[in-house]
Write a protein that binds this ligand. Structure first.
Ligand code: CA
Length: 231
């Protein structure tokens, strides 16, 4: 998972985001000022920065430009202003993506994962750029092989696709409807819940877990499914 520098001066928002991001398995360094953010990017070399624009010491856009002076780290800005000129200016100042306040941790996670995926693909020296790692689980999108603690898993095509999709959205609850569209490439159909649940139980068995004793695969009642890094 990723090392994330979280720059947010509102303590309640910051604490909530720290919890959510750590819950997704990320290492989080929270700071409350732009100057701390600039110092920490140099010291910790995070994989990703989440930058609130309303900071007490420095205008967020100025902080972003200063950050860009010495780092190419992917940056997601959190802004209160979602109007197009503001967003265009932020992207021109070096933001890679943005969320408009108030935003959900699920939306932030989805944007982070997309950005981390793009940056890991472009990073030099990565042995398998299409590889996803969650705990001891390794999923290669290039070779379509999955392994748990180094032991290869024998998965059907659907089971692999299901696992890969959940791994790409690690920590986020994915609805069964979304899975039908993404993995089965079909519109949600009558009985799709059962189809997914059957595949999930096969997948669980192969991962050596069960619905009553889950590790990686979690069912969120009434909402959907998610893949998490086990405790
Ligand atoms: Ca703020």
């Amino acid at each position: 998972m990723a090392t994330v520098l979280l720059v947010e001066d509102d303590q309640m928002v910051r604490d909530a985001l720290v919890r959510a991001l750590r819950g997704q398995g990320h290492v989080v360094h929270p700071v409350g000022t732009a100057l701390d953010a600039l110092r920490q990017t140099a010291e910790h070399e995070p994989d990703l920065v989440i930058l609130d624009l309303g900071l007490p010491d420095l205008d967020g856009a100025a902080a972003l430009r200063m950050l860009r002076g010495h780092s190419d780290v992917p940056v997601i800005v959190a802004t209160a202003r979602g109007d197009e000129p503001s967003i265009v200016r932020l992207l021109n100042d070096g933001a890679d993506d943005y969320v408009v306040k108030p935003f959900s941790s699920a939306q932030l996670a989805a944007r982070m994962n997309a950005l981390l995926r793009r940056s890991s693909r472009s990073s030099v020296g990565s042995s398998d750029p299409g590889e996803l790692n969650v705990g001891e689980l390794t999923i290669s999108l290039t070779t379509r092989q999955a392994a748990l603690a180094g032991r290869p898993l024998e998965l059907s095509r659907r089971e692999f696709d299901l696992l890969a999709y959940l791994a790409e959205h690690v920590g986020r609850v994915v609805s069964r409807r979304e899975l039908v569209e993404a993995v089965w490439h079909e519109h949600p159909f009558v009985g799709h819940d059962q189809t997914i649940d059957v595949h999930m139980s096969w997948l669980r068995r192969k991962l050596g877990e069960s619905a009553s004793r889950p590790r990686y695969l979690r069912t969120v009642r009434g909402v959907g499914l998610k893949l998490v890094e086990p405790d």
